[in-house]
Design a protein around this ligand. Structure first.
Ligand code: ATP
Length: 218
């Protein structure tokens, strides 16, 4: 009997402190290119030794929920946020791979900045054993690795063929042709801390929540 899978499943992890259009717009374009029916947003539990988000886990989750309330493409997986301890991406992907079985096509979405520093991630060499990587362009980040061995790794796994993503469970890297959206959460927080509000960078419902909760105001 041939295996019937659910189509390519894609996760998009992030701190989302706060979620903004630099997260949403490129991923929407990527979903069209690759033919994703759903993108599962995976808010991170941030480890204590890393700079802490300004918003609480509950507030970050609520902002993600508000950002996608009218967007059927997106859904949320709260497993990392609900854990008492931080989980490495590789651990979450391994758990999902177990749940979904070995044949289900699975992808993890990252921005170009994350791709360029992927060799700093715990267990990064095992990522492609569990999923494909789908990469969104991000302004200000180089197209290539400066380390030749990392560029060789990218070249080895890169594909332009979206069929391969949906027909194989894992192992490919797809560089999306996505819009360059020059927005960062750090910049949004800094601006809000300084009293500068640019309403166009985040969904209106998220901005209303930020104001109501007095978030990012020193
Ligand atoms: P900061 O600006 O503080 O670094 P961030 O928005 O990059 O925050 P996260 O919320 O953790 O941080 O990002 C989640 C994912 O979204 C990462 O893979 C990151 O590469 C990607 N990402 C964030 N902003 C953009 C953007 N403007 N364009 C493309 N990808 C982005």
């Amino acid at each position: 009997m041939t295996f019937k899978h659910k189509g390519l499943q894609a996760l998009f992890g992030g701190t989302f402190d706060p979620i903004h259009y630099g997260h949403l717009r490129p991923v929407e374009a990527l979903a069209k290119q690759v033919g994703l029916q759903k993108v599962i947003l995976l808010p991170n539990h941030v480890p204590p030794h890393r700079p802490q988000p300004e918003a609480s886990p509950a507030q970050r989750l609520e902002m993600v929920r508000l950002a996608i309330q009218d967007q059927p493409l997106f859904t949320i997986d709260t497993r990392e946020l609900e854990r008492n301890s931080p989980s490495y991406t590789i651990e979450t992907l391994t758990a999902l791979r177990k749940e979904m079985g070995p044949e289900q096509p699975l992808a993890f979405i990252i921005g170009q900045d994350s791709l360029l520093s992927i060799n700093t991630w715990h267990g990064w060499e095992q990522l492609l054993d569990n999923c494909h990587l789908l990469v969104c362009s991000r302004p200000g980040y180089a197209a290539n690795f400066s380390e030749p061995q990392m560029q060789a790794w990218l070249n080895k796994h890169k594909t332009d063929d979206t069929n391969k993503l949906s027909q194989t469970p894992n192992g490919y890297i797809f560089l999306g042709d996505t819009p360059l959206v020059d927005i960062s959460a750090t910049e949004i927080r800094n601006n809000l801390n300084n009293g500068n509000v640019n309403e166009n960078l985040i969904p209106a419902a998220v901005m209303a929540y930020i104001k109501q909760q007095h978030l990012y105001q020193n």
